[in-house]
Write a protein that binds this ligand. Structure first.
Ligand code: ATP
Length: 300
């Protein structure tokens, strides 16, 4: 059974339609990504799932319950974009306070270790850097030992090393059985972490698939370049259904095509006892898929 079901969600703020018509389900134990350009409606969608916004229409079920159901506070951990704590509260005080809300809190010392916050336990919230505040808000989302964690712009403001550490943490949280909903605009993050992604644009789901499925759905061309160890006739390659074009660049051959191009080309070479030296492959990325779907780059 799906742990989150969103059906025809719609939410407006005055004249602004933030979410027009969004539907998707999240399965137990998956890392589900919500990807989209600025203002696409991602935060409004996850805030509605977290019970923080009342939809104008549509239905949401979280663990089979209404998002407003108080019993969900224990089961759903939320890290939102702009969580604010009192400036004078120290990191350890904040963790103690949040842990006290839950009957079986997670071991926050282990969490802070994984998040690189151990040295900041005595530091006041107001004195933390943006990245440290971000890491604390992730720890606070996980402290209740939730079944579902909703993380909005998880690694924004983190340096590349901290971002990678956070990815490792998210993977270990998932390995412990937690379902994760991740709002992101980092393609690398989406590709590395997410099992499935909903791409949201102008308040609609424009694609719903695995990262690999989104890329394959482009029907995008791939290019393979190599130097054959012996002469090869173009016809041997152009006869393959995957191959669209063969170009020659001096000793190098460039093959342009679709589908499982690499397998098709290397099989023909093997049959003809030709070795492909200096083989390079250029493939479409999730970024390409995103641009094709939304007409914009995620970084804009
Ligand atoms: N509280 C609010 N009052 C009025 N308009 C809002 C409010 N919150 C969001 N909006 C508007 O609703 C639309 C969707 O916003 P939302 O924050 O859900 O998008 P988003 O995809 O999360 O964007 P971002 O990536 O920039 O955070 C935007 O046009 C935004 O300006």
């Amino acid at each position: 059974m799906a742990v989150i079901e969103v059906q025809n969600l719609r939410k407006t703020y005055g004249d602004t339609v933030a979410v027009r018509d969004v539907s998707f389900t999240v399965e137990p134990g998956e890392i589900f990504g919500i990807l989209g350009p600025n203002g696409a409606g991602k935060t409004t969608t996850v805030e509605s799932i977290a019970g923080l916004r009342a939809p104008d229409s549509g239905t949401i079920r979280v663990l089979g319950r209404d998002p407003g159901d108080k019993s969900l506070r224990r089961d759903v951990g939320v890290q939102l974009q702009e969580s604010q704590l009192p400036d004078k509260l120290t990191v350890s005080e904040a963790l103690d306070l949040y842990a006290s809300f839950y009957p079986e809190p997670a071991d926050w010392r282990a969490l802070t270790r994984e998040l690189g916050l151990t040295e900041k336990l005595a530091t006041a919230y107001g004195k933390l850097s943006g990245g440290q505040k971000q890491r604390l808000s992730i720890a606070l989302a996980l402290i209740g030992g939730p079944q579902i964690a909703i993380l909005d712009e998880l690694t924004t403001g983190l340096d590349p090393q901290a971002r990678r550490d956070t990815w490792d943490l998210i993977e270990s949280v998932r390995a412990s059985g937690v379902t994760i909903v991740l709002v992101t605009h980092f393609m690398e993050e989406a590709e590395r972490l997410c099992d499935r992604l909903a791409v949201i644009d102008h308040g609609h789901v424009v694609a719903l698939n695995t990262p690999a499925g989104l890329i394959a759905g482009l029907g995008a061309e791939q290019r393979i370049r190599f130097r054959p160890s012996a002469p090869i006739a173009d016809e041997l390659l152009t006869a393959l259904p995957e191959v669209r074009e063969v170009r020659r660049h001096g000793p190098q051959i460039e093959v342009v095509g679709v589908g499982n191009l690499l397998h098709a080309v290397t099989s023909v070479l093997a049959v003809n006892q030709i070795i492909a030296a200096d083989l390079r492959i250029e493939q479409a990325s999730l970024d390409d898929a995103f641009v094709q779907l939304t007409g914009r780059s995620a970084k804009e």
